[in-house]
Write a protein that binds this ligand. Sequence first.
Ligand SMILES: [Zn+2]
Ligand SMILES: [Zn+2]
Length: 268
Amino acid sequence: MKIRFWGVRGSAPTPGPKTSRIGGNTSCVEVSAGCGETIIFDAGTGIREMGLNYFTRPAPPKRLHLFLSHFHWDHIQGFPFFGPAFLGDVRMDIYGAPGVEGYLAAQMSAPFFPVSLADMKSEKVFHELNGAAMEFGGCSVIPVPLSHPQSSYGFVLMENGVKAVYSSDTEYVAGGNHETFVEMIRDADILMFDAQYTPEQYNKGRVGWGHSTFEAAAEIVKKAGVKKLVLFHHEPTHDDDAVEEIERRARELFPDTVAAREGMTIEI
Ligand SMILES: [Zn+2]
Ligand SMILES: [Zn+2]
């Protein structure tokens, strides 16, 4: 399984010289599974970059599975700019909470965008998540409800004996009771987790905003026996130095930790 990070930022894109090492595009992660399937988690602005890259591949996949955690802007905003969605020989399976098709169509309607969802020539098959596992081509993806305003899903991906968890927007507090989530991700090979805030920021007026800290992330991976932690959904006001300081502090709590960076790949 190869995981590639196309967008690692939370809330809003942050281009510019102060974020050039970590990257400024919003949430998008591509997984090339060992069974040959291509899975994409979220369609933030990073998916536009993935789309550009797609056209440079010698044999790009003709079927793409896009899982949307929720519909906040930073997770869908790149979708109208995703080139492969305009190709007639591509099939996109799109998974999201009930209403997913309507929400994507609304984003691509007047006066917000001049090209409609129906104008995208790919075959689009929508799947409304109801808690059941999605199975395709030797992969299984289990949606996990998270703690986030207006709700959000995490995804547990299993294939060929590898277990990877994408868990973006969620608010877990260090010292809290997260047993259901811990059981869902138990013994995972990798957890990509919302680590937007420092504990100091969280405790200074950000309770209830729907995001976690690296401290909560480290506690959860230790409890669940997860092998590797990827800090994800970086706070937009954090420049490269700030994110790398969070990475340093997180490693003191859980050594096998890395802050997600745009363009980074991990093979497991
Ligand atoms: Zn977000
Ligand atoms: Zn959100």
